[in-house]
Design a protein around this ligand. Structure first.
Ligand code: NDP
Length: 242
């Protein structure tokens, strides 16, 4: 069988970098997208050999162009899309600006439309596809100071279930992963005393590692995971159970 092609948004740092590498090690051709941090992307490409591509996933046209470029370079359409890139712009609702609301909705939710829409025609033609959306436990729980982030991440669950219904007959599965706290720069920005409090609420007694999310992505991306769709896999050390 020809090597399948995977595209990971935000695939050069944090959880996305672990996903890109795990997919590469599992035998896929991998492209990693990013937005701004050229230094991190160059270093990631050098160390892993994964091709990196810079565009803003909140921009529909840029996603269309980016997907085209990746397909041309990697020699075929995208078989596996990991909608991973995300940002936070935290603040209590009564202080939140429309800009911080919009940036998080556009980057964390509308991007899933932009990217999935850009790969869907070829997945439908090929009668195969995997779309894996990285949501968050905070989309399940709702988090103080994160109305924008929680709304966007909760939106991903509805998006996942609806798209899964639309694509099932073409052997395209659409699933979500809801990580709890994972050791990346996004979480390292949290103050030490708050981090201690967070860890005290995690039954396994620690935060997770990016590789622990990547492992689940590899599982869901597999050809044999074809009967799992519209599902959310929570990976949070036992902190939240549906
Ligand atoms: P990081 O901040 O470590 O990395 C984010 C990645 O996304 C970077 O590669 C960044 O690119 C890219 N990115 C950000 N905005 C855009 C954009 N507009 N277009 C393209 N790429 C973009 O994040 P994490 O690894 O911590 O998080 C990854 C995902 O997991 C996010 O969706 C996050 O919400 C989710 N998550 C994370 C948790 C955690 O504890 N860390 C918990 C639950 C969910 P660049 O390098 O150029 O900045």
């Amino acid at each position: 069988m020809t090597q399948r092609i995977a595209l990971v948004t935000g695939g050069t740092r944090g959880i996305g970098a672990a996903i890109s590498l795990a997919l590469k090690n599992a035998g896929y051709k991998v492209a990693a997208n990013y937005a701004n941090n050229d230094t991190a992307a160059t270093e990631f490409a050098k160390v892993t050999g994964v091709a990196t591509y810079k565009w803003d996933i909140s921009d529909y046209e840029a996603c269309q162009q980016g997907v085209k470029m990746v397909s041309t370079d990697l020699g075929g359409p995208i078989d596996i899309l990991i909608n991973n890139a995300g940002i936070t712009r935290d603040g209590a609702m009564h202080k939140m600006t429309p800009e911080n609301w919009g940036a998080v909705i556009d980057t964390n939710l509308t991007s899933a439309f932009n990217m999935s829409r850009s790969v869907l025609d070829s997945m439908r033609d090929n009668k195969f596809g995997r779309i894996i959306n990285i949501s968050s436990m905070n989309g399940q729980l709702g988090q103080f100071g994160q109305t924008n982030y929680s709304a966007a991440k909760a939106g991903i669950f509805g998006f996942t279930k609806a798209l899964a219904r639309e694509t099932a007959s073409r052997s395209i599965t659409v699933n979500a992963i809801a990580p709890g706290y994972i050791a990346t720069e996004m979480v390292k920005a949290v103050k030490e005393d708050i981090m201690k409090m967070i860890v005290s609420n995690i039954p396994v007694g620690r935060i997770g590692e990016p590789e622990e999310i990547a492992r689940a992505v590899v599982f869901l991306a597999d050809d044999q995971a074809s009967f799992i769709t519209g599902e959310t896999l929570s990976i949070n050390g036992g902190q939240y159970m549906e």
